[in-house]
Structures are given as C-alpha cells and as structure tokens.
Design a protein around this ligand. Structure first.
Ligand code: ATP
Ligand code: MG
Length: 325
C-alpha cells in the first residue's frame, strides 16, 4: 500500500518470563490506509492487546519487541527514543483502553486531565485548553458541564466517551482502541460503536479496533484481522471474511458469534482452548483444534497465503492465489 499511514512489518513480541519465552505476537504484518477502520479479533490470550501495545510503543518488561518494524507516517517507531515518541504519541496517534476507570485519574476532574494532556504537549493558553476540551466533549455527545466532573460521577458509557474525547484532543490521524466498549452493556456498547464510527467518518482518523466479539466489528470495520496464537490467521475485507471465511478458525469463530439478524443456528464454535504460547504446537498452531486438519498440518507450518486482497494462513489454501493465473 503506497499511501499507508501505518506499516507493521514482521512484528514479533515475546514475554521473557522464567522458562521458555511466550511468543505473544509472531511476525505480524499489515498496512493501514488513512481513515481505514481495521478490526482485530480472536480469543482471549491470542495476543491482541500485546499487538496493540507493540504498535503504540507502550510495551514494558517482561514484554519485548524481538523483531520487526512499526512504520508510522514513514518513521519506524520501534527505533525511536522515549523523547521522540512523546512528540508523536497522543498528537499523531492516540490510545483508548478497555477500562476508562483505570486509565482516567480518579482524583482529578475531566477538565484537569484534559489540561494536563494539552500542557504536556505545549499548549499554554488556558482559553485554548478550555475551548478545545469543550469541543472534544461535545464531539462525543457529553455536555461541557461535565468538564468539572470526576470520573466516578460519570456513567461507564460516559467515561469511555470521555476517554475517546481525550484521545481526540489533538486530532490524531490514528486511534488505537483495545476493547473500548467491553465494560458496557449491549445497548451502550452499540451506541458507542455507532458514535466511534461517526466520529471516524467525520474527522477522518484511522482506527485499529481490538475485540473478542466478531459481531461487534462486523458492521464497522473495513478490514478484519483474525488472530490465532499470536499470528494472523486470516486478513481481508470484513464483508468477504464474513460471507466466505477461509480459515477453519474463522469459520469456528463465526459459528460462535451468530448474527443477531440471521436464523438460529447450533453453536459449534471452536472446541478446546488456545495453546500455551511458550509451547506452541508444531506445524500449524491451530491443527490440534482443527476439524479439517490433515497429517501434513502437524508438521508443515503454513505461510500467510495471498488470494487477491485476502490472506489466509492455512495449508488448505496453499496455491489458491496462483490457481488459474
Ligand atoms: N505480563 C505478562 N507476562 C507474561 N506473559 C504475558 C503477560 N501478558 C500477556 N502474556 C502472554 O501473552 C499472551 C497474549 O496476551 P494478550 O493480553 O495480548 O491477549 P489478548 O488477545 O489481548 O487477550 P484478551 O482477549 O483476554 O484481552 C497471553 O496468553 C500470555 O501468554
Ligand atoms: Mg486484551
């Protein structure tokens, strides 16, 4: 992608704990276009948050980027010093976490936290800070009177909105979000999703959105990454992945999350549980749980095969991309 805003190249992350390292992210590569909405889905423990933190350069020990690049607007952030990162983080890209209650400071008003963030990036004028704070709160549908509120005085949905408002203070070009709606009830979750999508359309920033809920991103993301055991199992345009999933794991995930509009189906899901990332199975990491596994799958590690604008890591699709060409 020539005009990509973000290029993730062969990115690997290990947790260096006692014993074997856990390979939480393994050679993940993808591009993100300006204004694109990319969903990342997968079961708990498959490395979604680790990948997001690695992209945002927020990992701390025992996690370590072992290989790869995260090229944001042409610069490899893996090589940047903390000082260099501080000039891009928050301004050019921002991060929204799962729980605003943990991310927001409980003893400071929303106004004070927004002011801290703006002052840290060189905005001195009190009038500018107040005006911008009101503006971003209005963007997420919160009355500016709540600038004086403390986090505990807001509902869960409002706190998440306040976090998103804070992430938009500097009009970043990329916002990465780690399950920002998962602490909310289904109705609040849905309305926040709609709002994120509207903001994204209006302001034009790109989004990387992590969730374990495929149905949540189905209507909102342009492309979808399905992660399994630290790797990309499948990547493609969201509607194509939903209409015609290629990887047996994607098929299983879709059976586990039926469309609320579709007919009732028996939930097959995916039997078993994800592997220990410090003792991965040989061959295809998914083969022990795969209904379609052949003897080859336990010995040959599949590459990520490209079929048009889709990618799938499954031996069943080896050669599909070249067939008939
Ligand atoms: N602090 C840690 N120390 C050691 N290993 C860790 C640590 N945090 C995560 N891991 C390893 O990294 C793997 C991926 O964790 P990660 O939090 O990225 O998964 P996730 O896909 O975000 O899961 P969830 O859906 O539950 O949020 C874990 O299964 C675990 O093996
Ligand atoms: Mg996570």
């Amino acid at each position: 992608m020539a005009d990509a805003i973000l290029e993730v190249r062969e990115l690997s992350v290990e947790y260096l704990t006692r014993g074997e390292p856990a390979h939480a992210v393994e050679k993940v590569s993808f591009d993100l276009a300006p204004g694109e909405f990319l969903g990342i889905v997968g079961e708990s423990g498959c490395g979604k948050s680790t990948l997001l933190f690695a992209i945002a350069q927020l990992l701390s020990p025992p996690a370590e980027i072992s290989t790869g690049e995260v090229v944001f607007k042409g610069r490899n952030m893996v090589q940047m010093t903390d000082r260099q990162l501080r000039t891009v983080r928050w301004k050019d890209y921002s991060v929204v976490m799962q729980s605003a209650m943990n991310a927001l400071n409980p003893v400071k008003s929303i106004a004070a936290q927004f002011a801290d963030a703006m002052e840290a990036h060189g905005t001195r004028s009190k009038a500018t800070i107040t005006a911008r704070s009101k503006e971003v709160l209005a963007l997420v549908g919160i009355d500016p009177v709540h600038l004086e509120s403390f986090p505990h005085q807001l509902s869960g949905g409002m706190r998440q909105r306040a976090m998103i408002a804070m992430a938009l203070l500097f009009s970043p070009e990329l916002v990465v979000m780690d399950e920002p709606t998962s602490a909310l009830d289904v109705v609040a979750q849905r309305s926040l999703m709609v709002q994120i999508k509207e903001l994204q359309r209006e302001l034009g920033f790109a989004v990387i959105f992590v969730t374990h809920d495929m149905s949540l991103v189905s209507h909102f993301s342009d492309r979808l990454v399905v992660m399994y055991a630290g790797q990309i199992a499948e990547l493609g345009p969201t509607d194509e992945v939903f209409d015609d999933p290629l990887h047996p794991y994607t098929i299983g995930l879709l059976e586990a999350f039926p469309s609320i509009y579709g007919p009732k189906v028996h939930l097959e899901g995916v039997p078993g549980s994800p592997p220990d990332l410090s003792a991965l199975p040989s061959g295809c990491h998914f083969h022990p749980r795969c209904a379609k596994a052949t003897p080859l799958c336990s010995s040959v590690e599949p590459a990520l095969y490209t079929i048009g604008d889709r990618h799938v890591r499954c031996l069943l699709h080896q050669g599909d991309g070249t067939r008939g060409e």
